[in-house]
Write a new protein. Structure first.
Length: 135
């Protein structure tokens, strides 16, 4: 998965423009956050086709930054995030960004940006947390 941040002047219809362009190209948004700060809009999306999404948005004049993230699945119950965070601490892995992608009352999926992606992927796979479909 890839996280893409779009930073633009805040304006009416910006989110519509971005989602329309991606939808037209058959790129599904897995998660999204949008914030307005000091006249700027910061829209962060997670998509499977990260490079394709970045290229399409850039070609359409958007200012885009991207980064790889891992998707982890855990039980949706108290203490599970602490267990996951402990795994990262015990393996000397930083979580520089973490956000909830989905919750259904049974499972929670989180996106994690880390300083050691390859090592984190291996450990999350071994511990049964890694969401395997991350093309």
């Amino acid at each position: 998965m890839k996280t893409i941040a779009i930073v633009e002047q805040d304006k009416v219809g910006l989110l519509m423009d971005i989602s329309y362009i991606l939808g037209k190209e058959k790129i599904n948004i897995e998660s999204i956050t949008a914030n307005a700060v000091g006249g700027k809009a910061v829209i962060t999306i997670t998509v499977k086709k990260g490079d394709e999404a970045k290229n399409i948005l850039t070609k359409n004049g958007f200012h885009v930054m991207d980064e790889d993230v891992l998707m982890a699945e855990m039980d949706d119950k108290p203490g599970e995030l602490a267990t996951l965070a402990k795994i990262f601490k015990e393996n000397d892995l930083m979580m520089s960004n973490l956000y909830i992608v989905s919750k259904d009352g049974k499972k929670t999926i989180v996106a994690i940006k880390t300083d050691k992606l390859k090592k984190a992927r291996k450990i999350l796979h071994e511990k049964g947390y890694l969401v395997e479909d991350q093309d």
